[in-house]
Design a protein around this ligand. Structure first.
Ligand code: TYM
Length: 337
């Protein structure tokens, strides 16, 4: 061995998002905004988790449309297919296959403890299907196929990441070194954006009250109106403090976009009351989302480009994930053709 310096392997990042509607400000601040920034430094892979969305009943034409829209939204948010691998989960069948293998390593007890399962099964009591239950095993497969170092997600996905890490230990102990151990990457600010109407609840695109969430395609007037209506408290001071959930949420949003910390924000709005603050938050959100909305309008018209891009992405994703899957198949004792 000479003493030449080996080029260092870039760290790998991977994450996914479901095509269940236009992304919310929560998806954006908790995940997609960071995904964009990471492209410069890391080898990134991002995908639309359409298989995961089947755990809730979907209308076929709507699912197809939303998957296309979600793909265009990712690109509009600045995910660049020249820099990152961007694809649609169901185009790469390796996900489903490793998902099954990992389901066979997942225990009933641990899957029963997943808060998202408990939450979704109570909200969709008429459709508590097996996929909803084994959802975290498929998510683990999505991740482990690409051997990432980090998985950038919002706080609500942390438990699924911990489950994935448990599976890594289990599989590596049983079969030797198969998977790299992934670390969650949860942003300090914006990892849990709350509903504008019920600030103790997570902001979610499936909320029945449209005033509770901002989508990244909302027009500026709509954004301003929703922030003006945001639920706060009966005080007047803009300060981050326990019990001021509505104001805390607005401060988190403002901070995640402007980069200012809570003290600086409190000083900026000292003596000005909530009205001025709400308008300022609304304006900065509208400004942040403006270029995304404009880019999206162009992209969604260009179906040929979208299709070419996801086809290329799928081909590449299949190659990369195929390497891991072959190794897994061999190690666990599945017979080669
Ligand atoms: P999904 O589609 O629910 O959300 C996508 C990303 O947005 C984050 N997020 C939020 N962050 C802050 N505040 C909020 N209110 C908020 N709401 C959502 C989520 O944490 C997530 O990072 N299971 C995943 C999709 C998935 C995946 C994966 C992610 C499938 N396979 C593999 C990572 C790796 C999901 O349902 O995300």
């Amino acid at each position: 061995m000479g003493n030449e310096v080996k080029p260092e392997r870039k760290k790998v990042m991977l994450s996914g998002i479901q095509p269940t509607g236009v992304f919310t400000l929560g998806n954006y601040l908790g995940a997609v905004k960071n995904w964009k920034q990471m492209q410069e430094e890391y080898d990134c892979a991002y995908f639309i988790a359409d298989l995961h969305s089947l755990t809730v009943r979907q209308e076929p034409t709507v699912l197809r449309r939303r998957t296309t829209e979600a793909f265009a939204l990712l690109l509009a948010c600045g995910i660049d297919p020249q820099k990152s691998l961007v694809f649609i989960q169901s185009h790469v069948q390796n996900h489903a296959e490793l998902g099954w293998i990992l389901m066979c390593a997942s225990q009933f007890g641990e899957l029963s403890r997943m808060t998202q399962f408990k939450d979704k099964s109570s909200r969709h009591a008429d459709n508590v299907n097996a996929g909803l239950f084994t959802y975290p095993s498929l998510m683990a497969a999505d991740i482990l196929l690409y051997q990432p170092d980090f998985v950038p997600v919002g706080a609500d996905q942390k438990q699924h990441l911990e489950f994935t890490r448990d599976l890594v230990v289990r599989m590596n102990n049983l079969y030797g070194n198969i998977f790299r151990m992934p670390e969650p990457y949860i942003p300090k600010n914006g990892s849990k954006v709350m509903s504008l109407q019920e600030p103790l609840k997570k902001m979610s695109k499936s909320d029945e009250n449209p005033n509770a969430f901002i989508t990244i395609l909302d027009e500026p007037e709509v954004i301003l109106r929703k922030f003006k209506r945001a639920v706060t408290d009966s005080e007047t001071e803009v300060v981050y403090r326990e019990g001021k959930d509505g104001i805390n949420n607005l401060m988190t949003i403002y901070s995640a976009i402007t980069g200012r910390d809570y003290d600086a924000i409190a000083r900026e709005f000292e003596g000005q009351g909530y009205g001025t603050f709400k308008t300022a938050v609304g304006e900065c959100v509208a400004e942040e989302l403006r270029p995304i909305r404009e880019r999206y309008k162009e992209l969604i018209e260009d179906k040929v480009y979208l299709q070419e891009t996801w086809t290329k992405g799928a081909d590449m994703a299949e190659k990369i994930s195929g390497r891991t899957l072959s190794k897994v198949r061999r190690k666990i004792g599945l017979l080669a053709k």
